[in-house]
Design a protein around this ligand. Structure first.
Ligand code: ZN
Ligand code: ZN
Ligand code: ZN
Length: 139
């Protein structure tokens, strides 16, 4: 497997940390590599937690409609991109736009909004995310 370390040493928070099966975590934003899902942002571990949301339950990443990139949160997106975030519409709820950072399953928006834990690995999700879900999804 070809892995390039853009940070050249990875000494600060947000540097690339260990990849896990299914996706890679990178700092800032990046292209897709070899079909693996890339999670962008100021990530602090390999379960998609970031400097903004780092509690045990903060284990999801969101794919943004505007750039089709996964970010740990809206602040990570804002800091790494120069465009405004676009929200998924109600008609697009069948899109797989939520990644479980624990088991790397991609959920549709509809199934994410209907559950409180990962349907695949049962990792609990942070219900606080639901409160600002309209940053990501129209309702
Ligand atoms: Zn974007
Ligand atoms: Zn963040
Ligand atoms: Zn899971």
């Amino acid at each position: 497997m070809l892995v390039e370390d853009r940070q050249g040493g990875g000494h600060h928070i947000g540097a690339r940390v260990a990849g896990v099966p299914g996706f890679d975590v990178v700092s800032g934003c990046s292209r897709r590599q070899g079909g693996r899902v890339i999670v962008c942002g100021e990530t602090i571990d390999d379960q998609t937690r970031c400097v903004h949301y780092g509690t045990p339950r903060d284990v999801i990443a969101i794919k943004f409609k505007c750039c089709r990139r996964y970010y740990s949160c809206h602040l990570c997106h804002e800091h790494a991109e120069t465009h405004d975030a676009a929200q998924w519409t109600v008609a697009e709820r069948q899109q797989k736009a939520v990644l479980c950072g624990v088991c790397s399953t991609e959920l549709t928006i509809e199934s994410y909004l209907a559950v409180e834990s990962c349907p695949s690995c049962h990792a609990p999700f942070n219900e606080g995310c639901r409160l600002h879900s309209r940053l990501y999804f129209e309702d």
